[in-house]
Design a protein around this ligand. Structure first.
Ligand code: SAM
Ligand code: SF4
Length: 314
């Protein structure tokens, strides 16, 4: 279905939990977040019902996210329920990868088509420092497990952070020479804990092109501009929500793990879907799509949402 700005909305990012086994410094506070009563959060059945209703409203692709989706109990059942929706073209999942050694194969068997794995650094000490609780070797094992389970064309999502990982761009590009993966550099967005970080942390994705002019442009995909190094097996994506605002092409809506529909990541506007079923649920989703904000205002200041990224679903 199209929104009031004429954008086709066919992509739902569905958050299954706000909890996480990591505490990435830009995303979550060091102490984590208080576990909320499970009655405040959507059940697996409610998540599946929202997915189904969204598909009736024109959604063709669902991405499960969080928090960390792999810590959510009942996730595999949810994947099976969503995969059984005939009109759903793609079921994807974004994960920090730590639990993929155990879960990659069951996720594949439950019908997940594609995986994005977040990986901000290739250095074990930096990884531990940024995630506070993570070990790089677990993610490396997760990537291997995902490939062994049949997930091809993995996407690795790297948030570009000045003074933290911008000296590793070349190492990430080298990964695309050796593997058929897409490494996607994503601009850090000023929200949650990182909203107060120094300006120098917020790099434009253009930095990648300036430092590596050999990158050759190929066809874009969604909001990602894409490139390839000559002869490389894999590709490079640049996602520039801050420097190249792509609101005019945005096809997404989001639903938080506590059942709020958000038309824009950076808006405080939310519409509750909790307790709605059948036609009332679909009518609310249609209303949320119609009311999707025209654009974000990151160029003028920090994100307008009071939520941290793990409480929305990145
Ligand atoms: N836990 C999973 C993971 O890390 O992949 C899924 C949820 S996480 C919130 C989704 C993505 O959002 C991750 O790739 C993370 O790096 C990214 N993210 C979180 N905060 C961000 C920010 N302020 N700016 C840009 N990306 C951010
Ligand atoms: Fe967890 Fe993902 Fe946020 Fe890191 S970015 S704290 S892995 S939700």
């Amino acid at each position: 279905m199209t929104d009031e700005c004429g954008r086709t909305i066919d992509y739902l990012r569905l958050s299954v939990t706000d909890l996480c086994n990591y505490r990435c410094r830009y995303c979550m506070p060091a102490e984590g977040i208080a576990k909320r009563d499970h009655r405040e959060m959507l059940s697996i059945e409610a998540l599946a019902e929202i997915g189904q209703a969204a598909v009736h409203c024109g959604v063709k692709k669902i991405r499960l996210t969080g928090g960390e989706p792999l810590v959510r109990r009942g996730l595999l059942e949810l994947c099976r329920l969503l995969r059984a929706i005939p009109e759903l073209e793609e079921l994807c999942l974004t994960t920090n990868g730590a639990l993929l050694p155990q879960l990659a194969r069951p996720l594949r068997e439950a019908g997940v088509d594609r995986l994005n794995i977040s990986l901000d650094t290739l250095r074990p000490d930096r990884f531990a420092a940024m995630t506070r609780l993570g070990r790089l070797e677990d993610v490396a094992a997760g990537i291997s497990a995902a490939e062994a389970a049949g997930f091809s064309h993995l996407k690795l999502d790297t948030v570009l952070i000045g003074g933290f990982n911008d000296d590793e761009i070349g190492d990430f590009l080298a990964l695309t020479q050796a593997h058929p993966w897409e490494v996607r550099f994503i601009e850090l967005m000023p929200m949650g804990p990182c909203a107060a970080w120094e300006k120098s942390c917020f790099l434009s994705a253009e930095t990648v092109l300036e430092r590596y002019p050999a990158l050759q442009q190929i066809e874009p995909q969604g909001v990602a501009r894409r490139f390839r190094l000559p002869g490389a097996k894999g590709t490079v994506g640049l996602i520039s929500p801050v420097s190249h605002e792509f609101c005019g092409q945005c096809s997404r809506i989001r639903v938080t793990a506590d059942g709020r529909l958000k038309g824009c990541l950076h808006s405080a506007e939310e519409l509750s879907l909790r307790g709605l079923h059948g036609e009332a649920l679909e009518a609310a989703i249609r209303r949320g799509i119609l009311q999707k904000p025209r654009r974000h205002h990151l160029a003028e200041g920090p994100s307008g949402t009071p939520r941290t990224m793990n409480q929305i679903g990145g």
